[in-house]
Design a protein around this ligand. Structure first.
Ligand code: SF4
Length: 251
């Protein structure tokens, strides 16, 4: 019963964020890089390629890579990207300084993603989410890109639905992205044990809100970032305080 009350509040805040008017998303805090990533009409592939780059380094560093390549290349049109060889991409990713911790493997993933967008989607990455598809279709299409796993695939679908306001026919397959903030907050709220695996947190969110588990993602992440610090949670500022078992034990 108490768990449902906690669920309801997370969902309520999630719905507020979901219904908020569309605004420029701050992916990197670099204006030109964010402008490119937000240009879903002109450069939808920039968003997809940033998702492909988002592994094993900080998200801001990964999401700025499309912009940094566009500066080096003087363009980020899909036609120009398609003309690049695997070696060209490797040069762009490695010279004069590496854009990613794993330049060789990430260059291969970047190259293969561009080829996939060209071959599968006729150069228009927006076809991944156009036409009111189901959430499962969108996540599946992201999973077809080499290097994208369920965490990034569902995160991409969540951003498209929540922030870019892309209409999908359902949200069943948009899971929570169980990063360290989300896992810590789920544990402290008593929704999962402190040593719960990523899969356990994902399935707990599905059990709590099957029609759209991922709606609890941003509220949980923001609580983790703003108040629920790893070392010392600042419960007095947190809007979950009156429901949170950890907060009541601390009083
Ligand atoms: S009330 Fe405190 S422990 Fe509970 S989620 Fe908020 S910050 Fe974390």
């Amino acid at each position: 019963m108490h768990e449902k009350t906690i669920r309801d509040r997370l969902v309520e805040y999630g719905e507020v964020l979901f219904r908020a008017p569309k605004h420029q998303i701050e992916f990197t805090k670099v204006a030109d890089a964010d402008a490119l990533l937000n240009d879903l009409d002109g450069h939808p592939h920039a968003f997809v390629l940033a998702c492909v780059m988002d592994r094993q380094i900080k998200a801001e560093k990964a999401w700025i890579i499309p912009h940094r390549i566009s500066v080096k290349l003087g363009t980020f049109s899909i036609e120009d990207l398609c003309r690049l060889s695997r070696a060209d991409v490797n040069n762009l990713m490695s010279q004069p300084e590496p854009l990613h911790r794993f330049v060789d493997s990430m260059s291969g993933l970047f190259y293969s993603a561009v080829q996939r967008i060209s071959g599968q989607y006729e150069g228009d990455a927006a076809r991944i989410w156009k036409g009111n598809p189901t959430s499962a279709e969108v996540v599946y299409r992201f999973l077809e890109f080499d290097g994208i796993g369920p965490k990034i695939g569902t995160m991409a679908a969540n951003i498209l639905a929540r922030d870019f306001k892309i209409p999908l026919s359902d949200h069943f397959s948009i899971d929570i992205s169980a990063d360290t903030h989300v896992r810590r907050v789920f544990a402290r709220l008593g929704l999962c044990s402190p040593d719960a695996s990523v899969e356990q947190v994902v399935y707990k969110a599905r059990a709590l809100h099957p029609t759209f588990p991922g709606i609890m993602d941003l509220p949980s992440w923001e609580i983790g970032r703003n108040w629920c610090n790893a070392r010392s949670p600042e419960c007095d500022g947190c809007y979950m305080k009156d429901l949170c078992p950890t907060a009541s034990r601390r009083n």
